[in-house]
Design a binder for this molecule. Structure first.
Ligand SMILES: *Cc1c(COP(=O)(O)O)cnc(C)c1O
Length: 510
């Protein structure tokens, strides 16, 4: 039987041995990460087939000990992980991270504060509230505390859509006592299920649909509007959709605008959308999970004009803000709208505490136990200063424009959408290559380069066309880096094109 001393040693606590083990193992972990960073390869885990053979969980009664386990994790996990800072890692909105974010994580993890009540995060609660206030001012909402850190864009979007629905139903339905209907208490009125709608562009993030399905409204409650050639919502089509829905007896609870669509980086025209939403008394939620980084921009802040007109907004710091996962926020313009999700748990947020101004963050969040992710952003802003931070964000926007020009000027590469923010949708089209094989070729080029650890390029669709995607948000990537990558893409296409055309090609993923 393990004894009490062993428990103390294993637990992270004030035991002298526990502290000594923590210091030495953390030192080793940091050493291992540093060695991993110095390996120039983007990825060394191989294809999914190769990797699957090696990954095996090995629980035992005795345990292998911390040292052996750490060595094993370095081999099994660290050395087989994608390097997100590598200039060829640009498939997703998956960012390299700040040193400050790494340091803050050590403090966040070690203290394990939880944001659901003040007594579980005394300093942290007060810090988060101040950061929310600062973010509100950056967005243009004005001072206040209505908002909360979240696990990311999906959760922030859920909060916006949920509050919009419940506000809409409270406005348009009465309960048996003639009072505004409370969805929180009474559920969704049966005729609201078919009549309450949510409108967004066809390029809005899929979490809009997914969230509404979870909210019991189904995908059927989402009405999508076509986009223009810049991948932004077509406002004439939006106006028509709104009019048609009204004529059909539907009530639009919310228009979801996107500031930075996940693929094209398109920013919907926010002022025009606000005008249309006002004509129908609809909530406007802006999903700025990606484009929201421009609130710190030195040069491109104007691209977000109109953000302040929204009723709620989604921000994501684990994208173009270079924070470690998870780190996001939800901001609500009018604090009164939080009433639709207020819940009093005597042990967490008593009326007594609220009377005395004790921060009550559990009422503002869908989560109960919650990480103090706000520390990462706080520390980064304070340490770097807004100017350096802003210029790191701006770098990606500029780089993207240069990359697009380069693609346009290069034979064998085709730009599919004019970039607006920090992503490039393009494809490789070798001269004289049969059109029917071009889609497959692009998919296979991306898979090959990943399996060989050379590059992580995204694969998506633009209309019906198979597209490659580069998210060029890295503050340390150069045009030369991207040019080298594009040369790899073209060389790889040349290498495999003939074997695809004659049917002898085996993709690395198969
Ligand atoms: C990434 C993204 C989301 C989802 O955010 P998560 O943090 O991944 O949950 C939502 N909307 C947009 C526009 C995004 O780019």
């Amino acid at each position: 039987m393990a004894d009490f001393a062993e428990h103390r040693k294993a637990l992270f606590c004030n035991d002298a041995q526990s502290i000594a083990d923590y210091q030495s193992a953390m030192g080793e972990a940091v050493e291992a990460v540093s060695a991993w960073l110095q390996n120039e390869k983007m990825y060394t885990g191989g294809s999914i087939k190769a990797l699957r053979k090696e990954i095996a969980f090995q629980p035992s009664k005795e345990g292998m000990g911390v040292q052996k386990s750490l060595d094993r994790m370095v081999e099994l996990f660290l050395n087989k992980s994608l390097k997100v800072h590598h200039p060829h890692s640009l498939a997703h909105l998956h960012c390299p991270t700040m040193v400050t974010s790494q340091i803050a994580e050590v403090l966040i993890n070690a203290t394990n504060q939880s944001m659901d009540s003040w007594d579980q995060s005394p300093a942290g609660s007060l810090m988060e509230v101040q950061l929310i206030d600062w973010l509100r001012q950056k967005v243009g909402y004005g001072e206040g505390q209505a908002g909360v850190f979240t696990s990311g864009g999906t959760q922030s979007n859920l909060m916006g859509i949920l509050l919009a629905r419940d506000a809409c139903i409270a406005k348009n339905w009465k309960d048996d006592n003639g009072k505004p209907w409370s969805v929180q208490r009474d559920g969704i009125p049966s005729d609201a299920m078919r009549n309450v709608k949510f409108v967004c562009s066809e390029n809005a993030h899929f979490s809009v649909q997914k969230n509404l399905a979870m909210m019991g409204m189904g995908f059927q409650s989402v009405v999508t509007v076509p986009v223009n050639s810049d991948a932004q919502i077509d406002t004439a089509a939006l106006a028509k959709t709104m009019a048609d829905l009204k004529a059909d007896g539907k009530i639009v609870a919310c228009i979801v605008a996107t500031a930075g669509t996940t693929d094209a980086g398109a920013i919907d025209p926010m002022k025009e959308i606000r005008n249309i939403a006002d004509q129908y008394d609809a909530w406007m939620h802006i999903d700025a999970a990606w484009g929201g980084a421009l609130i710190l921009s030195n040069e491109y802040r104007a691209m977000l004009d109109g953000l302040e007109l929204s009723d709620s907004v989604t921000l994501d710091f684990h994208k173009h803000y270079f924070q470690t996962i998870s780190c996001g926020a939800f901001l609500l313009k009018d604090e009164a709208n939080y009433r639709y999700m207020h819940y009093e748990a005597e042990y967490l947020n008593s009326a007594y505490d609220e009377e005395h101004g004790v921060p009550n963050l559990v009422s503002k969040s869908l989560q109960t136990t919650r990480r103090f992710d706000a520390l990462k952003l706080w520390m980064t802003v304070e340490a770097l200063g807004e100017e350096l931070y802003g210029s790191m964000i701006d770098h990606g926007v500029k780089l993207t424009r240069d990359v697009a020009d380069y693609i346009k000027a290069t034979n064998g590469l085709e730009l599919l959408v004019e970039p607006q923010f920090a992503s490039v949708l393009f494809r490789v089209v070798p001269e004289g290559y049969p059109v029917e094989f071009v889609d497959n070729l692009n998919q296979n080029v991306a898979d090959e380069l990943f399996a060989r650890g050379e590059a992580n390029i995204g694969v998506t669709k633009v209309g019906d066309v198979q597209s490659l995607k580069m998210t060029t948000l890295s503050p340390i990537a150069t045009l030369e880096n991207v040019q080298n990558l594009l040369s790899l893409v073209q060389a790889e296409a040349d290498r495999i094109k003939d074997s695809i055309a004659n049917g002898t090609y085996t993709p690395p993923i198969a």
